[in-house]
Design a protein around this ligand. Structure first.
Ligand SMILES: Cc1ncc(COP(=O)(O)O)c(C=O)c1O
Length: 378
């Protein structure tokens, strides 16, 4: 690719910090840089606890583990999401109950959730598509009314806000990804934020093979023991050091991406005015983090043609998820409730353009020019 779809960010101190872990030998998880990441979360997000883990997938898995999702339990989520959201439930024998999305944000339609609740429903997992938070006040109110938990798949949305509140603080738990494609990267990594002490205690134990090793590290015990079933979800401190180097400049990284996002939106607006494309919209209640820039073509054939031409020009433009309810694994692990009015049709028209920290204006202009060239040739 001449213009890559993504490029993992590197903070000014990332290399220095990562080298420090190699020199000191503090490469395993829960060493100084992991704790500095925890402190960053405490200051910026302010939940009871944050755990750095091996991936966004594992943050979701750990959340469902800590919430004790059991075989047959139902969890409501959108079908327009990554397989990881569904796998976290399915791996525990739970059933994914999909409801339709809103066409404006591509997030779960909060007004369809209540109709999907049964006596087996235990929780709701909204996702923040393209970094834009779902309509959390409504979702939390429904959950409260029915005694359900809410875990946000916030893989894409760190540094976005909902009604002035930061992502990561908007539900019982939030699952963040630090995959190389995300705004902040450990290569592979993630974090789980937890609101209450009880679940934090459970997750802390599961994360370290069901032991009370964290309490031992804090000096609360003189040895640690195997107390429950768990696994290992610790992210390496070398990767946490790289991440911390980025979090130190989180505002700058976010602003840089938002500037690129705004530039695309401004330059492509004339195509929307002519009715040729529909640009991504950010609802009043939110601020974005420039994670994904997308627009929608008028139909799937146009998208196929456009993506082909972008590939030919070596520009990393992409479609996104195939809705999970139309995938083979859904037969056994999921069902769709209500009408699929938007999930399939809207996802088939979506085109993502290259965006990353410090993408050059020249590259943005090349991408924009290619989109114009495509539509002029039609
Ligand atoms: C919506 C969503 N959920 C979950 C994940 C999983 O994160 P990871 O790749 O860190 O496992 C991703 C990232 O790809 C994602 O975009």
């Amino acid at each position: 690719m001449t213009i890559r779809f993504f490029k993992p960010p590197v903070g000014p101190n990332s290399v220095k910090y990562a080298l420090e872990t190699l020199e000191t030998g503090n490469t395993p998880g829960d060493n100084p840089f992991t704790f500095r990441v925890n402190d960053w979360f405490k200051e910026k997000i302010g939940m009871h606890a944050t755990y750095v883990v091996t991936s966004g997938t594992h943050a979701l898995e750990l959340a469902c583990f800590a919430l004790d999702v059991k075989p047959g339990d139902e969890v409501i989520m959108p079908s327009f999401t990554f397989a990881a959201t569904a796998n976290a439930v399915a791996i525990r024998g739970g059933i994914c109950v999909f409801v339709d999305i809103r066409p404006d944000t591509m997030n779960i339609d909060e007004n369809l959730i209540e109709a999907a609740i049964t006596d087996k429903t235990v929780g709701i997992i909204p996702i923040d598509y393209a970094g834009i938070p779902a309509e959390m006040d409504t979702i939390n109110a429904i959950a409260k009314k029915h005694g359900l938990w809410v875990v946000v798949d916030a893989a894409q949305s760190l540094m976005s806000t909902y009604k002035g509140r930061p992502v990561g603080s908007l539900a019982d738990m939030s699952c963040i990804s630090f995959h190389g494609t995300k705004n902040f990267s450990m290569g592979e990594g993630g974090a789980l934020t937890i609101a209450d002490e009880k679940h934090a205690f459970t997750a802390e134990r599961i994360r370290e093979n069901g032991t009370n090793r964290q309490r031992y590290i804090r000096g609360e015990l003189d040895k640690y023991t195997w107390d429950a079933v768990g696994s290992s979800y610790l992210g390496s401190d070398t990767a946490a050091a790289n991440l911390f180097g980025q979090l130190e400049v989180a505002d700058e990284i976010t602003q840089n991406r938002v500037d690129a996002w705004n530039y695309y939106a401004e330059k492509l607006k004339p195509l929307e005015d002519k009715g040729l494309i529909e640009l991504q919209k950010i609802p009043e209640y939110a601020t974005g983090n420039g994670h994904i820039f997308y627009f929608k073509t008028n139909d799937v054939d146009t998208r196929t043609e456009l993506l082909y031409q972008m590939q030919e020009a070596k520009i990393g433009a992409m479609s996104h998820y195939v809705p999970l309810h139309s995938c083979p694994a859904a037969k056994e692990h999921a069902r769709f409730v209500g009408e699929d009015k938007y999930t399939t049709t809207e996802s088939e028209k979506l085109v993502r353009l290259p965006i990353y920290y410090q993408i050059s204006k020249e590259d943005l202009d090349t991408v924009i020019a290619k989109v114009y060239e495509f539509y002029e040739g039609k």
